[in-house]
Design a protein around this ligand. Structure first.
Ligand code: NAD
Length: 483
């Protein structure tokens, strides 16, 4: 079992009390690298979710002013950094990623708390003049109400932390449902929020099955926003379920990122950027390059460089400092990745490195997948339409700018996209026309707290980070006063 000062409780936090859920079942959290049992959590159900929502709603009446909320956020920022070793260990043990990546995740999460703590100005009322009107007009931002946060397992601390920081600054009550694979990072964050002195009952954590908790979150009238990060499929279901009570939905969904390397690109930069972007979290992030388009004149050089680098990557337990790629989250994720690779090979793609992995050793753990390079990929293959979510680079070639732009935009998704070229005019043309919410031009950098991040098309609705990220949790109210 995992022992940590941040996990004195491995339970739900409802109405200010760490409590066993009433579902009567145990959630068993396992280390995906070793199968070790990390925790057994008594699961919460619909009734617990309802209590959590009602507590969050009632506690909103006691929410302090924005200045005080900023103090809480700053305190959580400090606590996250003070406890970074423990937090990183928890993330790696339950999620599998290399420990150094978990440290980066902790710092990234902390940065959201610091950013929002510094932006109380965004809540200031905004008076404005209306020509020829004798009235006084003022725009106010009010907390939207209770926010339900449903988060995935790939960045279990960061995906929750970025929502939590923005909603708290906005003055909202919170009910969080973490992914069943990785609830411990969420429990640790709530333990730190409690230590920071957040008013009891305002922030609630409900650990339990997606159904029936998800149904309760979507149907309860006090929940005003469903803030979800996860797959497009579940996102669509949540939209449908939230329609009856007309909730706002803030959705960070799946991606299918094009990574485009033009003939005039700095090839070394492109290859380095691809390596970092693709193998982070064993390829299980929404902004990972899914389709690599390389100009036909550069293809053999790019492949040679990748073939040189891939064999040097170490696959193993994320707690081992030598590890570059940890396990996939579970064997069903492994099966999905392997089926995409097999589908591509059966349709004419070639394996340039990796593939042919050993099947996972345990029944529900040890899903290691080797770094794999596939050439000759194309739109007839599943991996050009589905998120690979594994350490597999799929390369295709192109000739013309218009052609690659059309192919890049042909996906239903539009989250991240990357363009490598030294031609500034071409770079501008491409970023203008690429249908992606996050575009890297000669960079594969991910999001940062001060910038809005989110997807176009089926990759989502709304943004996280930046002023836009705060607006997800605010109602805009216009007050007109006779003078
Ligand atoms: P998922 O959609 O299966 O699960 C995400 C969360 O939703 C989990 O907490 C899960 O328990 C919950 N859930 C599942 N079914 C539900 C239901 N019926 N009602 C309520 N909640 C339900 O996704 P996942 O496999 O955990 O995560 C991977 C996906 O997340 C990928 O598609 C990835 O691209 C996406 N993602 C997107 C972003 C982004 O910022 N756009 C970031 C990270 C991950």
């Amino acid at each position: 079992m995992l022992e940590s000062p941040l996990l004195p409780q491995t339970r739900s936090l409802i109405a200010g009390e760490w409590t066993d859920g009433g579902e009567g079942t145990l959630l068993r959290v396992k280390n995906p690298a070793t199968g070790e049992l990390l925790a057994e959590i008594p699961e919460a159900g619909a009734r617990d979710a309802r209590r959590a929502i009602e507590s969050a709603r009632a506690s909103m009446a006691l929410v302090p002013d924005p200045g005080r909320r900023a103090l809480y956020l700053n305190r959580i920022h400090e606590l996250l950094l003070e406890n970074r070793e423990d937090l990183a260990r928890i993330i790696t043990l339950e999620q599998g990623k290399p420990l150094r990546e978990s440290h980066i995740e902790v710092e990234y999460t902390a940065a959201f708390f610091r950013f929002f703590a510094g932006r109380t100005d965004l809540l200031d009322p905004h008076p404005f003049a209306v020509p020829n009107s004798p009235l006084r007009w003022v725009v106010h931002h009010r907390p939207v109400g209770v926010v339900a946060m449903i988060t995935p397992w790939n960045l279990p601390l960061a995906m929750l932390g970025k929502k939590f920081a923005a909603a708290l600054l906005a003055g909202c009550g919170v009910v969080s449902k973490p992914a069943p694979e990785t609830p411990l990072s969420a429990i640790a964050l709530f333990a730190l929020a409690e230590r920071a002195g957040i008013p009891s009952g305002l922030v609630n954590l409900v650990v339990g099955p997606a159904e029936p908790i998800g149904v309760e979150l979507c149907s309860h009238p006090a929940v005003r926003v469903i803030s979800f990060t996860g797959s497009t499929e579940v996102g669509k279901l949540l939209i449908r379920r939230s329609a009856d009570s007309v909730k706002r939905v803030s959705l960070e969904l799946g991606g299918n990122a094009p990574f485009i390397v033009f003939e005039d690109a700095d090839l070394e930069l492109a290859v380095e950027s691809l390596m970092v972007n693709k193998f982070r979290c064993a390829g299980q992030t929404c902004i990972c390059a899914n389709r690599v388009f390389v100009h036909e004149t550069l293809a053999s050089e790019l492949l040679m460089r990748l073939r040189d680098k891939l064999p040097k990557l170490v696959v193993g337990n994320g707690m081992d400092p030598a590890t570059d790629i940890g396990p996939l989250i579970d064997p069903s994720a492994w099966e999905k990745v392997d089926s995409l690779v097999k589908d591509a090979l059966s349709k004419g793609a070639k394996l340039a490195h990796g593939g042919n992995p050993d099947r996972p050793r345990g029944s529900d753990w040890g899903a290691f997948y080797p770094p794999t390079l596939i050439v000759g990929a194309n739109e007839g293959m599943r991996l050009f339409h589905e998120e690979i979510f594994g350490p597999v680079i799929a390369v295709t070639t192109f000739r013309e700018e218009e052609e690659v732009l059309a192919r890049a935009n042909s996906s239903q998704h539009g989250l991240a996209g990357y363009v490598f070229t030294k031609d500034a005019a071409r770079g501008t043309r491409m970023v203008t026309k690429l249908q992606c919410g996050h575009v890297g031009l000669n960079s594969s950098s991910g999001p940062t707290p001060s910038a809005p991040f989110g997807g176009m098309k089926a990759s989502g609705i709304g943004r996280e980070g930046g002023a836009e990220g705060l607006m997800e949790y605010l109602e805009t109210q216009t007050v007109v006063e006779g003078i």
